[in-house]
Design a protein around this ligand. Sequence first.
Ligand code: NDP
Length: 451
Amino acid sequence: MSDRDFDLFVLGAGSGGVRASRVSAGYGARVAVAEDDRLGGTCVNVGCIPKKLLVLASHYSEDFEDARAYGWDVEARGFDWARLIANKDGEIQRLNGVYQRLLDEAGVTRIEGFARLEDEHTVRVGERSYSAETILVATGSWPHMPAIPGIEHAISSNEAFYLDRLPERVAVVGGGYIGVEFAGIFHGLGARTTQLYRGPLFLRGFDDDLRRTLAEEMEKKGIDLRFETDPTAIERKDDGLHLTLNDGSSLVVDEVLYATGRLPKTRDLGLEKLGVEMGPKGEIKVDATSRTNVPSIYAIGDATDRLNLTPVALAEGMAFARTVYGGEPTQPDHADVATAVFSQPPIGTVGLTESEAREQLGPVDVYRSSFKPLKHTLTGRDEKTLMKLLVDPRSDRVVGAHMIGADAPEILQAVGIAVKLCATKAQFDATIGIHPTAAEEFVTMREKASS
Ligand code: NDP
């Protein structure tokens, strides 16, 4: 045991930092974790969890309408934003407490305040310095907005969770995960919603069929999607926020949400001074075991900008603890990570997109199924579900599985196991479906759409 204050000092008590702290302590390490905000990080406080609650809330508007076809006479008599936010806050507070208990029960020392590195074995928090054999940076990321005139009038997702009231008219700028998710939330809750994206089609990097289908479905719901469109200035006037758009036109709204990406939260940590190698976005460069070029300093999660997803940060934290304290060198595996976009309808996806598959493998077999979900045969709602499998014809391996439609995230979690296990199309075909489900389509797609 070293004579330093701790074996491990963790900066940041988000998903990755808490997991690494707890598991390291479980291996017997003396661990401290510093946090200057609420426990749980982005995911718990202003990310995955509250976002999913708002998505669930916003879907009720369609559910009430759909209920009529099933014999129910229900009518939404109103929607209370303040009640939703208060209930959401209550749940977040409960989770903050759970995180606190988990750390305490694991014997991790919690330190409140902003932590900064003084040297490669010393961390300063407020007036106190702590020495540690190993330092782990798990400080996450922060919303980034372009510096256009009037950007101070815009909010980020951080503020969207705490608005005093639901805006009547809202513009969402950006075409990534957060943009499409919040456009769906605001629209579902009743706001007149416009989504602006600078490129030709949002969700760059996702399979093109999913991107096109989502755009069609969102437009059908009544969301005003404007591609190749970007604000150049925002001005506050008596009747609202005036956005000047790149085509010279303007848009007046009550709230502008910028969802134009996030940057690693690594400034002012003292990393540059210690010579820790960083990339242009401020991302900390690490090797396959999450170690930086300074041997006593490691980094995980969004701060390293590898694959910015909570479960990936958890896996990186786990691998770190196993490697450094568990005597079991482990590299986090970033291949074939299934992911979901909680758009409406939602997306679930794993593996290569069709264009990536063609680029990497040459010819690929494409299986595609598009149908109206059973639920909507009665409601008459015109919402499509689309599922797609991409198969490497040489090995018969399923290299990509994609879905947009109800329950896609739940379904893709299971399909993700099959893809991770390198299942072949023949093995998908040999699996007997569960009827009647949408998921059974994944094991009954027989006709190649193209190859
Ligand atoms: P993304 O990086 O996913 O998307 C950013 C969007 O903003 C892109 O459409 C991008 O356009 C656009 N953009 C970037 N810079 C500008 C600019 N200067 N002006 C106009 N538009 C711009 O970021 P998000 O903010 O949506 O999400 C951040 C991260 O959080 C994601 O990468 C994801 O890892 C994580 N996340 C995961 C979720 C999930 O798992 N369900 C949910 C929410 C977030 P272009 O495509 O042209 O670059």
